[in-house]
Design a protein around this ligand. Sequence first.
Ligand code: S6P
Ligand code: ZN
Length: 189
Amino acid sequence: MLDLDRLLSRYNPATGELAGAKPVERRLADLRGCFADMAAYEAALAAGNPLLYRVASVEPARGEGDLHYGVGCIMPGKIGNEYFMTKGHLHAWRPAAEFYFGLTGEGVMLLEDEATGESRMAPLRPHHAVYVPGHTAHRTMNAGAVPLTYLGVYPARAGHDYGAIAQRNFRCVVVGRAGQPVMIERNQL
Ligand code: S6P
Ligand code: ZN
């Protein structure tokens, strides 16, 4: 018998809640080392520890072929010229790809090929999909003035590897220039 409670969920855009999923919250202090502008990071942290984003994940089953999904909500804001962003990760099971779909707001994704370091910036906005291939580090940023929400769907066995990014960070950063997101090399900030 199919258990519909486990198979159905509803996202509430007013509260940011996804039924049946406990949201994980990440605050500025959790993202030490992610922002390139350390002075701006320390100054912002000294002034408070704002919520940067929330992710609610649903894991209906863990078998081979199963899918997990989550809804992320990134607040609008900047540290220096860098947008509020997620930690970013590779999938622990490297071949796992992921499908992102924009729900509200204006954002960008930074995609970095693990083998070559080649980096791309992809727009993430309502009704736009972004396909993140396997072996690709991904980080999401809110480049707009309202909360950015999005859906991410990935293989159940994907897992998260935050360690590689924590060690070497992304090669590029995304900054706001004249109101537009621009990708530059980290050492050129
Ligand atoms: C999971 C998927 C997203 C992220 C979310 C937060 O594979 O990519 O649900 O977990 O965008 O990012 P992060 O880097 O903190 O997990
Ligand atoms: Zn992912």
